[in-house]
Design a protein around this ligand. Structure first.
Ligand SMILES: Cc1cc2nc3c(=O)[nH]c(=O)nc-3n(C[C@H](O)[C@H](O)[C@H](O)COP(=O)(O)OP(=O)(O)OC[C@H]3O[C@@H](n4cnc5c(N)ncnc54)[C@H](O)[C@@H]3O)c2cc1C
Length: 406
């Protein structure tokens, strides 16, 4: 294997270095992402899209950079931002989940209207999937949408809706064909969060912040053309979005960035005159994690290679969400353990407040536990890996209890 960069990729690397040297001072702080992007982040995102360092392969017709998919290019770009510790651009439910879904199955009108403003960060989306009785068993969703006079009329309730309190738009999984078997009775709608009849009630998580919400719908009118694919095809569309959600949550660049931050902290902080990195138990854990993050990075490149060759990654893709969210959790666990009592003063009133180092690690740590559940819990991921990836027998079903979020 020749790991040297080609001339073309070396030139890209040089361009990136020049870009970062010139503009890094204008970048927002790396990390965060659980709040509405501020003006600085939006300006940065637009600059990245303009230079092809974000939305690189999104066609120009939809506001992207329009480059052919080249796995090495994507790796070179991600690496440059991670190594420099510079914000790599937005990754959220709109950019990383809805945009690829619309590129795959949206209508031309939907792509034209929504992709451009979403990749620039101007339009923020939330995901209306889970309900009080339909989380792991997502196909049991009961929120109803009835077609009347050119509009779907939506009634029901969603729960755990991240970002709904500041999102502009939602992609919603709802039941339009109640007489069909449950997987065939669902549709996927896109709607404005400003539509009358939507009520968002924040839920506080153990981070101390209200990051997700209950969302209630009372006679909410959604234009009929806002359906993605057709009536009864919502399960198929929802799974395309879930595939991209799991890839987003399994992003190896996020892990590498976190490893760098952790290593830097252990090298800098001292206890009793001794650097944290010099404490054998901490150093051993760091080295173990470092090896796993490197392996995960190689795994990420392998997935991209599959994508560029049009190969279905199969089991390789199925392990991504489970493996990466568990690893992310272990990285922040080490940070919290290393901070010890220094990490105890934890005060977070609002998600818009930037915390000190200890608070930031704690918030990330608590949130990591959430990500082990969100997007399909680890138990469900293991079921999927076993049943779809390893061809193990399906889990026994109790009568009246349904399948997993898969
Ligand atoms: C931080 C966070 C953000 C989220 N954001 C969103 C969002 O933006 N939009 C949205 O729609 N949803 C969101 N969710 C919801 C998330 O997708 C669900 O919480 C998740 O799918 C689990 O569903 P549930 O909470 O109903 O738990 P349940 O389905 O009730 O599961 C409870 C427990 O039982 C286990 N379990 C259930 N069925 C099985 C099975 N068949 N085999 C083995 N174990 C099983 C689960 O693993 C879990 O441990 C978010 C959740 C979190 C934590």
């Amino acid at each position: 294997m020749d790991l040297r960069l080609s001339e073309k990729h070396s030139a890209l690397q040089a361009d990136l270095q020049a870009f970062i040297t010139r503009y890094a001072a204008e970048a927002p702080k790396a990390g965060g992402g659980r709040k509405r992007p501020d003006a600085r982040t939006l300006d940065w995102q637009k600059r990245l899209v303009e230079h092809g360092y974000a939305a690189r392969t999104v066609p120009r017709a939809y506001g992207g950079f329009g480059a052919e998919l080249d796995v090495v290019e994507l790796a070179v770009i991600a690496d440059a931002f991670v190594q420099a510790g510079v914000h790599p651009g937005l990754s959220n439910q709109g950019i990383s989940m809805l945009v690829p879904t619309l590129l795959e199955v949206g209508t031309e009108a939907q792509r034209q209207e929504w992709i451009g403003p979403t990749i620039r960060g101007d339009v923020i989306w939330c995901q209306g999937y889970s309900e009080p009785g339909a989380g792991s068993d997502l196909a049991a969703a009961q929120t109803r949408a009835e077609l009347k006079d050119g509009h779907f009329i939506v009634n029901g309730q969603k729960i755990w809706t991240s970002s709904a309190h500041y999102a502009d738009m939602m992609f919603l999984l709802c039941r339009t064909e109640p007489d069909r078997p449950k997987h065939q009775g669902l549709s996927y709608l896109i709607l404005s969060m400003k539509t009358p009849g939507i009520e968002v009630r924040p839920l506080r998580t153990m981070t101390g912040r209200a990051e997700f919400n209950e969302t209630f719908f009372t006679d909410v009118k959604v234009p009929a053309e806002n359906i993605v694919m057709g009536r009864g095809q919502g399960w198929h569309v929802a799974n395309i979005t879930l595939k991209h959600e799991r890839l987003m949550l399994g992003d190896s660049n996020r892990l590498t960035q976190r490893l760098h931050k952790l290593t830097e902290m252990l090298q800098r902080l001292e206890v009793g005159g001794e650097k944290l990195i010099a404490i054998p138990s901490l150093r051993d854990r760091l080295l173990q994690l470092q090896g796993e993050v490197f392996a995960w990075r190689a795994h990420g490149l392998r997935l991209l290679t599959d994508q560029s060759r049009g190969v279905d990654s199969g089991l390789r893709r199925l392990i991504t969400k489970y493996g990466a969210t568990m690893l992310c959790f272990r990285l922040s666990s080490l940070a919290v353990d290393a901070l010890g009592t220094a990490g105890l003063p934890y005060e977070v009133e609002s998600e818009t407040v930037e915390g000190d180092e200890a608070t930031t690690w704690h918030v990330d740590h608590f949130y990591d536990i959430g990500l082990i559940i969100g997007g399909g819990s680890s138990n469900i991921q293991k079921n999927i890996i076993g049943e779809r990836g390893l061809d193990l027998p399906r889990e026994p079903k109790m009568i009246g209890v349904a399948a997993g979020r898969n």
